[in-house]
Design a protein around this ligand. Structure first.
Ligand SMILES: *Cc1c(COP(=O)(O)O)cnc(C)c1O
Length: 409
């Protein structure tokens, strides 16, 4: 299958589209078509992933490795936890990977697809950097350079980011996430430096991250009796776009509804059709603090007719939802997942019936300083995260200037 730029000026095979990241005309790669399959119910998530990805990999240099790539990236599952006896409300737990957020699936799949040697640059506001670092850690021929805004990620997130070592170098930047992202973008725009150091990025527009994210939705829907609808907490829109793709490919998925925090760009876009990107505002659900959702251009190009409902959830409602969910079900949820649960609560109040799953995008233990006081209990740390938190952690300071990053590379 060919991959075309959303801006019409570039065309690549799958493996080179994955290796390049951004199209040469500044657009995002989209498949020439989204194939419709009659999907079979599989035992493992890896098998479902392979079934969904096979048509996109057909004829590509990566095709012979697809099976192994899926087995490696999906070595842990995404179980469904129904919260009511009638199985009409549940969580799709996407956080069982090594860094306890759904980004582990995409980062690990991408790590298997990228050619070496490579130097992977990542600007992170928290979760992405750890998932990418974990996925590439100790891979031969790969260096990872992580930039995060000093003082603006949670203590556990900061510890995680600095805990890898070996081929991963972590820098705390004296600036904001936008500064980190600008530095990475400016360095990646230097073609000669990119060639010399085999620089690449692993941000949320990467196809290698987007495509595998279809799997958990399709797998959960195929296991269920009758169709399932999903609420997906959204920031850059990668996870939600993957859910829509899974549905369009034939997975028995009903509605897809987006939940956001106080960043309202997606709500405005789907209400009015006008896209007004802006600076993000900081919220408790920090992995969704996005003012310019990078996958929106791809969503519009691939599914121009798909309109999604969006629910905006403010911080005080996030807090209340975390507390109430624990009281009602004895389940601790992260602030991002709480946005999704609140979105569904509003729909139920408006008379919505049917079977719904909320994507639980991160483990609550990553946000323990928010969650624990609200539920009045400690959140047990999953083993892989505990392992990371036991390791020593180091991040070197870096000034928020592109020249400083260029010099260290
Ligand atoms: C990244 C992230 C999101 C947002 O996902 P997008 O694909 O950017 O929309 C939501 N929740 C958590 C925990 C995340 O890490």
């Amino acid at each position: 299958m060919r991959w075309l730029s959303t801006r019409g000026g570039d065309e690549q095979s799958l493996s080179s589209a994955i290796a390049k990241g951004l199209a040469s005309d500044g657009g995002l790669y989209v498949p020439e078509r989204v194939p419709k399959l009659s999907l079979k119910r599989c035992e493992t998530l890896a098998q479902t992933a392979e079934q969904l990805l096979a048509p996109y990999f057909e004829g590509d240099a990566l095709a012979p490795r697809l099976s192994a790539l899926c087995a490696d990236a999906f070595s842990f599952g995404a179980p469904v936890r129904w919260l009511d006896s009638g199985s009409t409300f549940g969580l799709l737990e996407q956080f069982h990977g090594p860094t306890a957020a759904f980004k582990d699936f995409g980062a690990r799949f991408l790590a298997g697809c990228l050619p070496t040697p490579a130097t992977v640059l990542v600007a992170t506001s928290g979760d992405t950097g750890a998932a990418v670092a974990s996925a590439f850690h100790r891979r031969p021929g790969v260096r990872v350079v992580i930039l995060y805004p000093d003082g603006r990620v949670s203590a556990r997130q900061a510890h995680q980011l600095g805990a890898f070592g070996n081929n991963v170098r972590t820098f705390k930047v004296a600036g904001s996430f936008d500064d980190c992202q600008r530095m990475v973008k400016e360095v990646l725009a230097d073609q000669e430096l990119c060639r010399r150091l085999s620089l690449t990025s692993a941000n949320s527009i990467s196809l290698g991250r987007l495509l595998p994210q279809m799997a958990s939705y399709a797998h959960a829907a195929l296991q269920s009796e009758g169709p399932v609808s999903f609420v997906v907490p959204a920031g850059n829109l990668g996870n939600a776009l993957a859910c829509v793709m899974a549905r369009e490919m034939g997975a028995p998925i009903g509605e897809v509804v987006l939940a956001t925090n106080a960043n309202r760009v997606l709500l405005e876009y789907f209400l009015s059709g006008t896209y007004r990107p802006r600076a993000s505002v900081a919220t408790l659900a920090n992995a969704m603090d996005v003012g310019a959702p990078s996958n929106l251009e791809r969503m519009r190009a691939m599914f121009p007719l798909v309109k999604l409902a969006v629910e905006v959830v403010e911080d005080e409602v996030i807090r209340r939802t975390i507390a109430e969910t624990y009281q009602a079900y004895q389940v601790a949820v992260c602030p991002h997942t709480a946005c999704g649960i609140e979105a569904l609560r509003r729909m139920r109040a408006a008379g919505e019936k049917g079977r719904w799953l909320v994507a639980a995008t991160a483990h609550p233990a990553k946000f323990e300083t928010v969650v624990e006081p609200l539920i009045g209990a400690a959140v047990p740390v999953p083993p892989a995260l505990a392992e990371l938190l036991k390791r020593p952690s180091f991040a070197a300071p870096l000034s928020a200037e592109t020249e400083a990053l260029r010099a260290l590379l």
